[in-house]
Design a protein around this ligand. Structure first.
Ligand SMILES: Nc1nc2c(c(=O)[nH]1)N[C@H]1C(S)=C(S)[C@@H](COP(=O)(O)OP(=O)(O)OC[C@H]3O[C@@H](n4cnc5c(=O)[nH]c(N)nc54)[C@H](O)[C@@H]3O)O[C@H]1N2
Ligand SMILES: Nc1nc2c(c(=O)[nH]1)N[C@H]1C(S)=C(S)[C@@H](COP(=O)(O)OP(=O)(O)OC[C@H]3O[C@@H](n4cnc5c(=O)[nH]c(N)nc54)[C@H](O)[C@@H]3O)O[C@H]1N2
Ligand code: SF4
Ligand SMILES: [Mo]
Length: 739
C-alpha cells in the first residue's frame, strides 16, 4: 500500500508540471514557462505507466532521477505483462530523446521551406487559414485525420473541438486502417463494439486459434501469456504465411490469401454435420441461425479445398480439433480486418464461436486483438465512428445526453456521421476538402496506394501536421508542423485490447516548446473562439470525469472509477465498471450472463457470399503481395523505433521482400540481392529474403518501409471501409530488368 500511495503522490506532483494553457497565459511572457521546466519537486523514485506502443498495454516502471525518467523495467505486479516487456517496451525512452523531435512550430513560407514560428504565429495562422478555407468552400471543406496513439482524453478533445467547436463534419483516424472491421462486425453481431475477453483467456483455453494474427511479432507479451497456459493447449494458426507464430504452433493452415470466408463457412458446415452445434445456446441467445445453416450448406469440403487450398483431410483435422475442444478461443487481427470482405470474415469466426457455445466462458470467445496503445479509446471516444462513449450521432436522445454532460448547446453536435478516411481522401481528390489537419499518424507512409495519395494531397490548400517529430514523411509535406509532447510527457488514459484503462503519466518535460496534444487543442479552442464550449476541459483528469459521465449506461460504462489514482492503484481497470461497483475482479470477460447488447439481448448470425478481391494475380502480375509487421522491434512507419540504436540493431536496415526459397533459386535470385517488386501502381527495389514462410507465387513485405505502400491496391471493405492492405498482385524481377 505504501508503494501505491507513493506512486499516487508522485503522479499528482508530476501532473502539476503543465497546468492548463490558455491564449492569455501564452501571451503573458514567461508565465507558462515554455522552454523551461516549471518549479516542481524532483523526486528520485519509480512510477508505473502503460506502454505507448502496442495495444497489449504493458505496465512499465519508470525510474526517475531528479524528476526525469532515466530508465525503466517492466512491472511485475501489473496484471497484463506480469514483469515482461518486448524490445519496444524496454527501449521506450530512447525515441523521446531523438534529435529530430519537433521542438517549435514550423510554418511554410513562400519560398517553400518550413521555418520556425512562435506558438502565437502558428495559432493565428492555423485559425486564419482554416477559417478562410471554410468561408470560401464551406464548413465541411476542412477535415482531420487522427489516431489511436494519443490519450483517450486527447482523442475526445480533438473529436469534440473539431466537430462541436470548429464546425467540421469529416474526421477519421488511423484506427480505420486497423480496427474498423472489428468495430462493425461486433456492432452488427453483438449490438456494441465490445471485445469480450481478458488476457487470462490465453491461459485458460485448451484450443487457441489465431486467424490472420502473428502475435509472436505483433503482440509478444500476449504470446507470452499463451506460454503460461497450463492446459497444454492446441495452438492453431490460419495464415497464408508460415509466420513465427505458425512455426511455434501445433497446426498451421496456409490458406490462399483472402479465402477465409469460404474456409470458415466450410468449417462451420462440417461442425454442423459432426453434430457440434450447441442448440440450447443457439436457441436461447442468438438470432439468425436457421438462415446461416442454409447459407453454409454449399461450402462442401470440395469447395473449400478449391477455394482455400486446404485439403479435405486437413479440414477434417481442424474440425475435429474444434469439436474436441472444451474451451476454444478464436483470436483474429489484421489478416482478417484488412480485407475487402473483412466484416463478414470476422463474423464467420464469431458465428463458429456462437454456434459451438464458445463464448462468455473462460478460455473461449471470438476475440479481435487490437493494434495501437489506445485503439480502444479511439474506437469509443474519438467522435469519428460514433458519438462519445459509443453513442449515435443520428440519435436525438444521444445528442441530448452528451450535450447535457458536456454542458454545451445540443445544436453544436452534428446529427450525422462524417466521412471515413478513404472518403476524405476522395473528397480531397474531388476538391471538396481543401484543409487537412493530421494528428499523430504518418499518412504519407501508412495509407494505401501512396503514389495516388501523395498526388491527391497536392489538391490541398493547407496541410497541418501535429507530431512529435518534424521529419516524418507527412510532416515533410506540411504547410505547418505543430510540435507535440509524446508518451510519458503527458497524462491520460490508454485503453488496451482487453478493455483495460491504463494510466500514462508525465514523467519528463517535452523538448523545446512542444506541447501536449491536449494543450494544443486548448490553445486552438482559444484562438478559434470556441473556448467557452470547453471551459470544463481544464486538464486530462477533468476530461476523464466528463467521459465517465458520457459512458454512463453504455456497455462501456466506467463511471465506477473514482479517479486516476484508483486506476493507478489497481493496475489498470477494465470497462465496464458502473458506479456503485464495490468489488471487482482484476481480469473480467463480457457475456458471462449470455446477454448481448441488441435490444432483445441476443447475438446475431451474419453471413454473405464470398467475393473475389478486385485485384488477384494474373499472367503478368503473377504473385500475391502480402504486407504486415516485420519484427517485434519495428513500430509502424518507424518514426519512433528507428531512433533507438538498440532496436536499430534488431532489424534489417533496408526494405526486404520475403520470397519462396525454391522459387528464388529457380529465378537465380540470391539472398539480400536487390530485386524489383512491381505492381500496377508502382515499382520499387527491395532486398530478396528467400525463405519458406511464403509459398511459390506469394511474397511478403513489412509495412515499416515506405516503399511498401507504393505497391498496395486501394480496395475497401464495404461495411467498415477498412483498406485491404494484405493482398494485391505484383511481379518480381531481377535487378538488371528495366522497363
Ligand atoms: N512489432 C510491432 N508490433 C505491432 C505493430 C507494429 O508495427 N510492430 N503494430 C500494432 C498494430 S497497430 C496492429 S494493427 C497489430 C497487427 O498485428 P497482426 O495483425 O498480428 O500483424 P500483421 O503482420 O499486420 O498481420 C497478421 C497476419 O495476417 C496474415 N494475412 C495476410 N493475408 C491474410 C489472409 O488473407 N487471411 C489470413 N487469415 N491471414 C492473412 C499475414 O500473413 C500476417 O502474418 O500489431 C500491433 N503490434
Ligand atoms: N501496407 C500496409 N500498410 C499499413 C498496414 C499494413 O499492415 N500494411 N497497417 C495499418 C495499420 S493497422 C496501422 S495502425 C497504420 C499505422 O500507421 P501510422 O499511424 O501512420 O503509423 P505510426 O508510425 O504509428 O504513426 C504515428 C505518428 O504519430 C507520431 N506520434 C507518436 N506519439 C505522438 C503523440 O503523442 N502526439 C502526436 N501528435 N504525435 C505522436 C509518430 O511520430 C508518428 O509519426 O498503418 C497501416 N498501414
Ligand atoms: S508488448 Fe506492446 S505494450 Fe508490451 S512492451 Fe511490447 S510494445 Fe509495449
Ligand atoms: Mo493497427
Amino acid at each position: 500500500m505504501l508503494e501505491t500511495g507513493l506512486k499516487g503522490k508522485i503522479s499528482n506532483m508530476i501532473r502539476q508540471w503543465e497546468g492548463p494553457l490558455t491564449r492569455e497565459l501564452l501571451l503573458q511572457p514567461g508565465s507558462f514557462g515554455l522552454g523551461k521546466v516549471p518549479e516542481r519537486m524532483k523526486p528520485d523514485a519509480t512510477t508505473t505507466v502503460v506502454c505507448g506502443f502496442c495495444s497489449t498495454g504493458c505496465g512499465l516502471n519508470l525510474h526517475l532521477k531528479d524528476g526525469e525518467a532515466i530508465n525503466l523495467t517492466p512491472d511485475t505486479e501489473y496484471p497484463v505483462n506480469l514483469g515482461m516487456a518486448c524490445p519496444k517496451g524496454w527501449e521506450a525512452i530512447a525515441p523521446l530523446k531523438a534529435k529530430d523531435r519537433a521542438q517549435i512550430p514550423l510554418i511554410k513560407k513562400s519560398h517553400g521551406r518550413l521555418v520556425p514560428a512562435t506558438w502565437h504565429e502558428a495559432m493565428t495562422t492555423f485559425t486564419e487559414k482554416f477559417k478562410g478555407i471554410q468561408e470560401k468552400y464551406g464548413d465541411e471543406s476542412v477535415a482531420f485525420l487522427g489516431t489511436g496513439q494519443i490519450t483517450m482524453e486527447e482523442l475526445a478533445f480533438l473529436g469534440s473541438l473539431t466537430k462541436f467547436g470548429m464546425n467540421m463534419l469529416h474526421g477519421d483516424g488511423n484506427t480505420r486502417q486497423c480496427m474498423a472491421t472489428a468495430v462493425v462486425s461486433y456492432k452488427q453481431a453483438f449490438g456494441f463494439d465490445a471485445p469480450a475477453y481478458s488476457y487470462n483467456d490465453f491461459e485458460e483455453s485448451d484450443t487457441i486459434i489465431f486467424v490472420g494474427a502473428n502475435p509472436c511479432i505483433a503482440h509478444p507479451i500476449m504470446w507470452e501469456r499463451v506460454h503460461l497456459n497450463q492446459n497444454d493447449p492446441e495452438i492453431i494458426v490460419i495464415d497464408p504465411r508460415k509466420t513465427e507464430t505458425a512455426v511455434a504452433a501445433n497446426q498451421h493452415y496456409p490458406i490462399t490469401p483472402k479465402s477465409d470466408l469460404a474456409f470458415f463457412y466450410g468449417i462451420a458446415n462440417q461442425l454442423v454435420e459432426k453434430g457440434c452445434v450447441n442448440q440450447e445456446y443457439v436457441d436461447k441467445y442468438t438470432n439468425g441461425f436457421e438462415g446461416y445453416l442454409e447459407h453454409i450448406k454449399k461450402f462442401t469440403p470440395e469447395v473449400v479445398e478449391k477455394e482455400s487450398g486446404i485439403s479435405i483431410e486437413e479440414q477434417a483435422k481442424l474440425v475435429d480439433t474444434i469439436a474436441k475442444g472444451e474451451k476454444v478461443s478464436f483470436w483474429w487481427t489484421m489478416g482478417v480486418n484488412q480485407s475487402h470482405e473483412g466484416v463478414r470474415v470476422a463474423q464467420s469466426i464469431i458465428n463458429i464461436a456462437l454456434m459451438t457455445g464458445n463464448i462468455g466462458r473462460p478460455g473461449a470467445g471470438a476475440n479481435s486483438i487490437t493494434g495501437q496503445c489506445n485503439a480502444m479509446g479511439s474506437r469509443l471516444f474519438s467522435n469519428t465512428t460514433n458519438l462519445l462513449g459509443g453513442h449515435d450521432f443520428t440519435n436525438p436522445e444521444h445528442r441530448e445526453k452528451i450535450a447535457k454532460v458536456l454542458d454545451i448547446p445540443v445544436e453544436t453536435i452534428p446529427d450525422k456521421l462524417g466521412w471515413a478516411y478513404d472518403q476524405i481522401v476522395e473528397g480531397i481528390s474531388q476538391g471538396k476538402i481543401k484543409g487537412l489537419w493530421v494528428i499523430a499518424t504518418n499518412s504519407a507512409h501508412s495509407w494505401i496506394n501512396q503514389k495516388g495519395f501523395r498526388d491527391v494531397l497536392q489538391n490541398l490548400e493547407y496541410l497541418v501536421v501535429q507530431d512529435m517529430y518534424s521529419t516524418t514523411e507527412t510532416a515533410e509535406l506540411a504547410d505547418m508542423v505543430l510540435p507535440a509532447a509524446a508518451w510519458a510527457e503527458k497524462d491520460g488514459i490508454f485503453v488496451n485490447s482487453e478493455r483495460r484503462l491504463g494510466l500514462v503519466k508525465k514523467v519528463r518535460k517535452a523538448p523545446g516548446e512542444a506541447l501536449s496534444d491536449f494543450n494544443i487543442f486548448r490553445l486552438i479552442s482559444s484562438y478559434w473562439g470556441c473556448a467557452e464550449l470547453f471551459s470544463k476541459w481544464t486538464s486530462p483528469e477533468a476530461v476523464f470525469h466528463l467521459l465517465k459521465q458520457c459512458s454512463k449506461g453504455q456497455p462501456c460504462d466506467f463511471s465506477g472509477i473514482k479517479d486516476y489514482r484508483m486506476i493507478d492503484d489497481n493496475g489498470g481497470i477494465q470497462w465496464p465498471l458502473p458506479q456503485g461497483t464495490e468489488n471487482f475482479e482484476r481480469e473480467r470477460r463480457l457475456f458471462e450472463d449470455n446477454k448481448f447488447y441488441h435490444a432483445d439481448g441476443k447475438a446475431k448470425f451474419l453471413y454473405e457470399d464470398p467475393r473475389k478481391p478486385l485485384e488477384v494475380p494474373c499472367q503478368e502480375y503473377d504473385h500475391w503481395l502480402m504486407t504486415g509487421r516485420g519484427t517485434s522491434s519495428q513500430w509502424h512507419t518507424q518514426t519512433r523505433t528507428k531512433k533507438s540504436p538498440v532496436l536499430r540493431k534488431l532489424y534489417p536496415n533496408d526494405v526486404y521482400v520475403e520470397i519462396n526459397a525454391s522459387e528464388a533459386r529457380k529465378k537465380g535470385i540470391e539472398a539480400s540481392e536487390w530485386i524489383w517488386v512491381i505492381s500496377r501502381r508502382g515499382k520499387i527495389k527491395a532486398r530478396a529474403c528467400p525463405c519458406y514462410h511464403v509459398k511459390e507465387g506469394q511474397v511478403f513485405m513489412p509495412m515499416h518501409y515506405n516503399e511498401t505502400n507504393m505497391l498496395t491496391f486501394p480496395s475497401f471493405d464495404k461495411y467498415s471501409r477498412q483498406p485491404s492492405y494484405k493482398a494485391c498482385a505484383v511481379k518480381i524481377k531481377k535487378e538488371e530488368y528495366w522497363e
